[in-house]
Design a protein. Sequence first.
Length: 249
Amino acid sequence: MSLIAWVGVKGAGGASTGGLAVASVWRNARKVLFAELDPAGGDIAARFALTPDPGLVQMGAGFRHALSAEEVWSHTQTLPGGVPVLVGPASAQQGHALGNLWEHLGPVLATLPDTDVIADCGRVQPGSPVLELVADAAIVVLVARSTLDGVAHLRARLAVPMSDAPVGVVLIGERPYSAAEVEAAVAAKVIGVLPRDDRAAAMLNGEPGSPAALNRSSLVRAARDVASAIAGVARHQETRNSALAEQAS
């Protein structure tokens, strides 16, 4: 029962596709839910020809004072590869109209029974309502390019913590700077690298192709390692939080 906040750093094109790749290879004992929670608006419905409802906007329209796990699941759809998805708002206007739903969503997603949630939070601007949700995450994953400007944007993002959760960095590409060089530059752990693989990315985003070829692609192979690293950090954080709760009681 872990909430993973997947946050794109400025200029990190492909961050959402990377999150979807990780969700598609999530091979832990629990289920996975990919939640599109960018208040600025998402693209997953358009890319996969899904209907807007059921989804987050419909959930928000019926929200009053509380939210349950059952309500979350009743508003999900299923992607072609079998990953359950909570379709997010299509625009910033819809995202901000969700109001108080944001502060109630985090605790529920963080405790969904036998489920890990990968929440695509977008870039997370100052004052963003999704910050309410990031505060409940077991790990915050910052996705950045390994370029000079990408590293600069990553350093600036790290300078303003979003929560008390541990932070891991996932790089899109390892050129011109390696994972070790980026770690040294920003003083944060790089937990994985996702290569640029345009064909695999296109298939992950709904374009036709061979499932076998996608499974063998460099992007999906790397996503398995990233998923394993994230799950390890999240499990450690769960154990730590449980121990602290026991001590407090």
